[in-house]
Design a protein around this ligand. Structure first.
Ligand SMILES: [Zn+2]
Length: 259
């Protein structure tokens, strides 16, 4: 608090805290949300997703959530949002940043068109995905293959949906098939369209895992990743996932063509 320039804020407005955008308003909650004044209505919806998501995720993983804040950023302010890198991220792309204290989820006022399918579940799932990155990075995490680093947030996000009773049927039913893609083919370096298809494949796969094994594997995979001291290669990642799934995990993974 008390960054230079915040002294002339009107009392109604939150003084700009670390990494917050001047003039943004604060909504309290388990994850305090700062938003552009004109996005007040949307901010209340986002606050609800953050509150439900952080509570559910703590319960699922069995840890207290990290201390975080969130920003709902108007398009015209996007270039001023906190981030690690010098250049702004492409507009419409949510991300998690540790460039500010506490770390922040940065959410655009509108998701980029590449985010699909456009159902009512898309926004909460996307917010919970970023929240899961924040939970995971609250511990020490070594390098893992790209598929593992994104499968875990997709699975946590889907598990939150189950726990809070958000139906995913329509959303999953509208995912476009991705022939030729496999979970382990995700390297994280694809273009935006390919990234989305991979993310949706990971989501479908995560839902299948949850149906087969329940949500208990999530706490185990989070802990397994926190406990690893060395870079996790593909074989080790598969071993960790199979171990977290428990009895029959390895055989089940082998039986899945999309894996
Ligand atoms: Zn991600």
């Amino acid at each position: 608090m008390g960054s230079p320039g915040s002294a002339v804020e009107t009392p109604r407005r939150e003084a700009s805290g670390p990494g917050q955008i001047p003039g943004y308003l604060r909504l309290n909650g388990p994850v305090p949300l700062f938003h552009a004044p004109r996005l007040a209505e949307q901010a209340r919806e986002v606050r609800g997703h953050l509150a439900r998501g952080s509570e559910a995720m703590s319960g699922i993983i069995g840890v207290e959530g990290p201390v975080l804040s969130a920003l709902l950023v108007a398009g015209e302010d996007w270039d001023g949002a906190p981030r690690e890198i010098e250049r702004p991220y492409p507009p419409g792309l949510p991300y998690f940043t540790r460039s500010v204290e506490p770390p922040a989820l940065v959410l655009p006022e509108a998701l980029a068109p590449v985010f699909r399918p456009r159902t009512g579940a898309l926004l909460p799932l996307t917010i919970w995905h970023e929240l899961a990155h924040a939970f995971l990075l609250d511990g020490e995490v070594v390098r893992t293959p790209g598929w593992m680093g994104e499968l875990v947030p997709q699975a946590a996000s889907a598990a939150v949906a189950r726990r809070v009773g958000l139906p995913l049927g329509e959303h999953l039913g509208r995912v476009e098939p991705a022939p030729g893609f496999t979970v382990r083919g995700f390297a994280g370096l694809a273009g935006a369209e390919e990234q989305m298809r991979f993310q949706n494949l990971l989501l479908l796969f995560a839902v299948a895992v949850l149906e087969e094994f329940g949500q208990g594997f999530l706490g185990r995979i989070f802990r397994a990743l926190w406990d690893e001291g060395d870079v996790v290669d593909g074989a080790r990642a598969e071993e960790l996932l199979a171990g977290a799934l428990g009895p029959g995990g390895r055989e089940w993974l082998r039986s899945r063509p999309e894996f």
